[in-house]
Design a protein around this ligand. Structure first.
Ligand code: SF4
Length: 390
């Protein structure tokens, strides 16, 4: 497959404007027009991490749900299917959307700031968060979405043509399309491009460790520090996500965390004291933590947006407790979205929305006092060299 830059832009517009198909709807396709190239198609790619049970049933072992999948059916995430006793990913090479995004949108603040990421998503998620911002593509069955034929090698060539520094697998849950995510990361790193994953972190340790070998960075949503919240709001559990964070820390892959603050549900000081304490003890003081504003969406339209005062209070608490890089997210222009040197307190990166001005990090250090600023910085010959502290 060979895409021109014009084809790419047209296809991006097409998928951005029309992602959802009514079940069973037919697509008229004009093969000469790349903007109509998406189609409804499922793939059949051998899945990893499962065991066979009696009666042609399969037990998926990719994530802690460990779904038992009868013949002809799919697991909870809707993208892994038992066909005659064999297990398949049905979204391999079939993303439902792709775009070029600033890396800050993921958000990553300490990973190649100011660069762009070729960003794509296949359908599917192993959670069901009532506040999902991308529910239109994370929650439908894959056959309800238009998809593109985009094998891993084409992801790399399109990322290069669009002059991206990385490939981001994002918007939905990249871990349930594990084989596609993993093959993109392998193809990408073989060609010198970084791959980053934006995930909720609900995966078993063995597949996670295999994937981490090929990633440059990973962002994990730590949705709350309360198991009952995870169960009620996300239909899942907290403990495996904490295990994931510890595994990532041990791997050395660059990690950033997002905590979306929902008014009245997960915004208490007491809960955040426990969360920050856990992060300090298990991940260290240097992990960037994005305390992010909620906007009403999906099944949580009854709640107001997070008050700025709540975000500010939790941001101050994080700093008081010793986290070096807390941020307020989803509030463009807030000074708490800037990066400050933890030693001399000077502003090092100023952010306005997704635009950045790196005024103070040179060769991974604060230009004013020489403090090492952990991250992967694009500013020098050591641009892909990771510096971690804590
Ligand atoms: S990856 Fe999907 S099918 Fe496998 S255990 Fe998790 S939810 Fe179930």
């Amino acid at each position: 497959m060979d895409y021109s830059r014009r084809d790419f832009l047209k296809a991006s517009l097409a998928c951005a404007s029309s992602l959802l198909l009514a079940p069973g709807a037919a697509l008229s396709q004009d093969k000469s027009d790349p903007s109509s190239s998406p189609s409804v198609a499922l793939s059949k790619h051998p899945a990893q991490f499962y065991k066979k049970l009696d009666g042609s049933r399969i037990q998926c072992q990719l994530c802690p749900r460990e779904c038992i999948v009868p013949e002809g059916e799919r697991g909870y995430c809707r993208v892994r299917e038992n066909q005659k006793g064999e297990y398949f990913s049905i979204v391999y090479g079939r993303p439902c959307t792709y775009h070029v995004d600033p890396i800050e949108k993921k958000p990553f603040y300490h990973f190649m700031p100011g660069t762009t990421a070729f960003s794509l998503a296949a359908a599917g998620c192993n959670m069901h968060c009532k506040f999902c911002q991308n529910w239109q593509i994370s929650q439908p069955k894959p056959e309800e979405l238009r998809t593109f034929d985009l094998p891993p090698s084409d992801c790399v060539s399109m990322a290069r043509k669009s002059r991206c520094s990385s490939i981001a697998i994002t918007y939905t849950e990249p871990l349930v399309s594990y084989e596609y995510t993993s093959d993109i990361a392998k193809a990408s790193s073989a060609s010198g491009l970084a791959t980053v994953v934006i995930s909720a972190g609900y995966i078993n340790t063995k597949p996670l460790e295999g994937l981490l070998k090929h990633l440059a960075a990973i962002k994990i949503d730590l949705k709350a520090f309360d198991d009952s919240y995870y169960r009620k709001i996300c239909e899942t559990t907290l403990e495996p996500v904490l295990d994931t964070l510890k595994t990532i820390k041990a791997s050395g892959v660059w990690l950033e965390i997002v905590n979306l603050i929902l008014p009245t549900l997960n915004d208490s000081v007491e809960e955040h004291k426990r969360m920050f304490d856990w992060i300090l003890k298990n991940l260290g003081e240097s992990v960037p933590l994005h305390l992010t504003r909620f906007h009403p969406t999906y099944r949580m339209r009854n709640l107001p947006p997070t008050p700025q005062s709540t975000l500010q209070k939790l941001y101050e608490l994080a700093k008081e407790m010793g986290l070096n890089y807390p941020y307020i997210g989803n509030v463009p222009g807030d000074p708490a979205s800037n990066t400050y040197c933890p030693k001399c307190k000077k502003a090092l990166i100023i952010r306005r929305g997704f635009a950045i001005n790196n005024i103070g990090i040179v060769h991974s250090k604060c230009r004013y006092c020489g403090e090492l600023i952990p991250g992967i910085w694009p500013d020098s010959s050591e641009s892909r060299e990771q510096t971690q502290v804590g």
